[in-house]
Design a protein around this ligand. Structure first.
Ligand code: AMP
Ligand code: ZN
Length: 479
């Protein structure tokens, strides 16, 4: 069996992965707050943990892995959007408008993440469907002395959990000095965080022993992971921005409510995504949603196929900051066109090559795995190229189709430039030898690819027509 090794953020070491129960390997990843379209940073953990999900299924069997990723569907930003619609004259109740907003955002999320070739997790719990479990867990924490009620709020007593701060390597006193915590009159200690807070009559709320209110964000993940995966499970993932305070708080809640359980054994965090070397932000004009890339509404100005986006993400190791650039996307597109042309009609090998699975198993080395795909392509080993690429969720039937026929894109135009240079060189030779067969072959292949070819003493002009086939273009090779 392939040995998987993963860097555990909790121990800061690369460890051999040994599941609690190989018949049911369990992973929880913090999902999105569903108030708007996912931005391209949000797609990073989805792709990273999708590859891990695929690898676990490959090693332990597809029926032996449970992957849970939640939807946070109770949040101020969701309420604000619903309120905007109401203010704009929508006659429906705020509750109906909230439901509409979360439902549509979840639909978009599924469309967008599906377009990037991600599998659907085994379960996608919505926080609002687990309020009962959250209330029970909070009541239990109060009973054990780890939480207290004050003015309709319930707070977690951070000083009651001695290991608080271990995941992110901070001490409670450092954290207070860092002053990233909210001081409030209802807190015994500024570090304490909210488990439950009161809700006004017009906003979503649930009856509880502490009055009508709603859960804090952190308790959602503790309650849902416990309900669906148990007191101890294998892997917990999310972006590095969640390590503190979100994951630290999840650990405190779960460890104190279930002292016999281990909560998550392995913690994994993906690094952040940037755009052209800069932090993504609306004010810099480099903030894009996944949909923006798919539809060409971004600074690159061209429609990036989902498979190309996926390839770009997998080219950087998850533990390193990743830079989205136009240049990388074009290169990825060129590579995928070549591979798709190469593997057209090919039957994939039965199993991935052992060394390929081993590369991927080395802390999810997706960049190394892609390097091996390049080698298989150079070696013209199409059945293995196809099978191994599919372990990464690339070259699948679902993601294909974009490379067939359509308007030429940036990558096609650069390929055309190259072919133009090849023809010019071939013409020069032909003018000496009087053998024009090579030039004629280029011309014939270009016409078959729907490219108009004009040659004059000034040079070669290649123009894609409405019959343009990118797939055929990329089959043209240099003589
Ligand atoms: P949120 O909806 O903001 O809670 O984020 C959902 C997921 O996206 C979390 O796992 C975040 O860590 C992750 N995330 C947010 N921004 C970025 C980014 N720029 N790069 C990578 N991951 C991100
Ligand atoms: Zn979480």
């Amino acid at each position: 069996m392939t040995e998987i090794r993963l860097t555990n953020t909790k121990t800061r070491r690369k460890e051999v992965f040994t599941p609690i129960d190989p018949k049911n390997v369990r992973m929880y990843v913090c999902g999105p707050t569903v108030y708007d379209r996912a931005h391209i940073g949000n797609a990073r953990p989805v792709i990273v943990f999708d590859v891990l999900f695929r690898l676990l299924r490959h090693v332990y069997g597809p029926d032996h892995v449970t992957y849970v990723r939640n939807f946070t569907d109770v949040d101020d930003k969701i309420n604000a959007e619903a309120q905007r619609r109401k203010d704009a004259g929508d006659p429906r109740t705020l509750e109906e408008l909230i439901r509409e907003r979360t439902d549509e955002t979840i639909r978009w999320y599924h469309d967008d993440m599906g377009a990037l070739g991600n599998l659907t997790p085994s379960a996608e719990p919505r926080a609002t469907e687990y309020i009962g479990q959250m209330i029970a867990m909070i009541a239990d924490l109060i009973g054990r002395g780890h939480a207290y009620e004050k003015e309709g709020h319930v707070l977690f007593r951070v000083r009651s959990y001695k290991d608080y701060g271990k995941l992110s390597g901070r001490s409670v006193d450092d954290m207070i000095a860092g002053a990233r915590v909210e001081v409030a009159p209802f807190k015994e200690d500024p570090m304490d965080f909210v488990l439950w807070k009161p809700s006004t009559d017009d906003l979503p709320g649930w009856d509880s022993p502490w009055g009508r209110g709603r859960p804090g964000w952190h308790i959602e993940c503790s309650a849902m992971s416990h309900e669906l995966l148990g007191e101890s499970f294998d892997i917990h993932g999310g972006g590095i921005d969640l390590q503190f305070p979100h994951h630290e708080n999840e650990i405190a809640q779960s460890a104190c409510a279930h002292p016999k359980g281990e909560f998550a054994r392995v913690w994994m965090h993906n690094e952040m995504l940037q755009v052209e070397g800069k932090k993504m932000s609306k004010s810099l004009g480099n903030f894009f949603t996944v949909r923006d890339l798919l539809e060409g509404n971004w600074s690159g100005g061209w429609k990036v196929p989902g498979e190309v986006i996926r390839f770009v993400y997998l080219s950087t190791h998850y533990s390193k900051p990743m830079d989205w650039t136009d240049e990388k996307a074009k290169q990825a597109m060129a590579t995928l066109r070549k591979w798709r042309a190469q593997t057209r009609g090919v039957t994939p090998a039965d199993e991935p090559i052992q060394y390929f699975a081993e590369t991927l198993s080395e802390d999810l080395n997706t960049a190394g795995a892609i390097a091996e795909l390049h080698q298989l392509s150079h070696a013209h080993d199409q059945p293995n190229l196809l099978r191994n690429a599919r372990l990464l969720g690339l070259l699948t039937d679902e993601l294909g189709g974009w490379e067939d026929v359509g308007p030429a894109d940036g990558a096609d135009l650069s390929k055309l430039d190259s072919i133009g240079r090849w023809i010019s060189a071939a013409r020069e030779i032909a003018s000496q030898t009087k053998d024009f067969s090579v030039v004629d072959r280029y011309k014939r292949e270009l016409v078959e690819a729907g490219v108009e070819v004009r040659m004059s003493k000034h040079g070669v002009e290649l123009t894609p027509t409405s019959d343009f086939s990118s797939e055929r273009l990329w089959r043209i090779e240099r003589t």
